[in-house]
Design a protein around this ligand. Structure first.
Ligand SMILES: Cc1ncc(COP(=O)(O)O)c(C=O)c1O
Length: 392
């Protein structure tokens, strides 16, 4: 195949969806409550989120994490365990309220934190554990839930990558005490730019706290329900509500969630099957690690990645792919190695798996419109590069 440039990602934004969202936002401009109710119902059905869950739509997953941090009413020095291999948003939300992000190493075979990497970090100050479900592949939520129940910690799912993915049949983001999803334009479904949602049980004791945080820390929602005759400032809050156009777009786009997820899973499986067969000797020789899906998890095909042996192997592959018109990227710079990570966070264990992911991980193109022909070209390019450049 003679490739035109193959981008790394194409946002799931179409003219049809833009038109439908514009019409919808326009017709309901003065009735955002109605738009919110309608969008919430559509979202719930298509994302398969049960009625017992409360949904708070925000402008980003970052905001949803910030709301979690406020709702936990953390004190200075409280500790929140999270992977070092994550986006700064995960740590910022907690560090800005005075808590300490404590960085856990990855289990490289799953790319998530695990009980083994978390246990040495637990202390009397530990308040919460935040797995991220890297690339839309669930962390072991059975083990993490047990650990949290035993120790009295709150399980916060940063499922920014996780829309459409599940664990034991339940959507990611709905299993922990709190969870969030992202609709940023790099995610499988976008709200046309930014967007997020915070999820918790309707019966969770903090639901009213979250309602207040969403409304500038006031008890306006109780007032609107007729529970009081006036409302006033009760706690720290902010303006987090998703804007009308983003809601209208998400309402249209989320109807395509199944179609998008099925296609992305197909692409993910094709990468996985072909690399397993064609790079077998490089995998067994320790040059490449392929992703792995734990039992009970179903991925949404958000990211397909390879972990190469080291930074020089990764950069050589990336360079080769770029020369062939294929965009490929590394991902996070581990937070424990960053300036702010050293200032606001703590590292207490070996971080060798995280270091390896930081140096060796490469993400390949993955988006709804990627054709099998383009994908074959990418796979061929990776395989040929290994065969011609990497000595076993
Ligand atoms: C693990 C993780 N958490 C949180 C976020 C923040 O999501 P958003 O862009 O919706 O604020 C991201 C962004 O990609 C992320 O990768």
């Amino acid at each position: 195949m003679k490739a035109n440039k193959i981008p790394f990602n194409k946002p799931y934004m179409t003219t049809r969806l833009m038109h439908s969202a514009s019409r919808h936002a326009w017709s309901s401009a003065l009735m955002s409550e109605a738009l919110l109710t309608e969008m919430e119902q559509t979202f719930r059905i298509n994302a398969k989120i049960r009625d017992e869950k409360a949904l708070f739509f925000t402008n980003s997953a970052t905001q949803a994490l910030e709301i979690m941090a406020l709702a936990l009413e953390l004190e200075k020095g409280d500790e929140i365990i999270m992977p070092s291999y994550t986006y700064a948003a995960t740590a910022n939300a907690f560090a800005r309220v005075g808590a300490v992000p404590v960085f856990a190493d990855l289990d490289l075979s799953t790319m998530n934190i695990s009980v083994d990497t978390i246990e040495p970090l637990l202390s009397s100050r530990t308040k919460a554990i935040v797995p991220i479900h890297y690339g839309g592949i669930s962390a072991d939520l059975t083990m993490l839930t047990d650990l949290c129940l035993q120790g009295g910690y709150t399980l916060l799912e940063d499922a920014a990558h996780g829309l459409g993915a599940s664990y034991e049949g339940k959507p990611l983001g709905t299993i922990g005490n709190f969870g969030c999803l992202s609709f940023h334009h790099t995610k499988n479904i976008t709200a046309a730019g930014n967007g997020g949602v915070l999820i918790l049980d309707k019966k969770h004791p903090k639901v009213h706290v979250v309602e207040q945080i969403m409304h500038q820390g006031t008890d306006r929602v109780s007032f609107l329900r007729g529970e009081s005759t006036e409302y006033s400032w009760q706690r720290l809050g902010g303006e987090f509500m998703m804007s009308s156009f983003n809601m209208a777009y998400l309402e249209s786009a989320v109807k395509d969630l199944d179609v998008v997820t099925i296609k992305r899973r197909q692409l993910w499986e094709r990468y996985q099957t072909m690399f397993t067969e064609q790079l077998e000797t490089y995998i067994s020789g320790g040059h490449i690690i392929l992703p792995k899906i734990i039992e009970g998890a179903e991925t949404n095909g958000h990211i397909y990645f390879l972990i190469t042996k080291d930074r020089s192997q990764r950069d050589a592959l990336k360079h080769k792919l770029n020369q062939l018109g294929i965009e490929a990227y590394s991902h996070y710079e581990p937070l424990h190695r960053s300036t702010a990570g050293a200032r606001f966070g703590q590292t207490r264990t070996e971080m060798s798996a995280t270091e390896k992911a930081g140096e060796g991980l490469i993400r390949l193109p993955m988006f709804y419109d990627l054709t099998f022909e383009e994908q074959d070209y990418i796979i061929e390019a990776v395989v040929q590069h290994y065969k011609s450049e990497v000595d076993l």
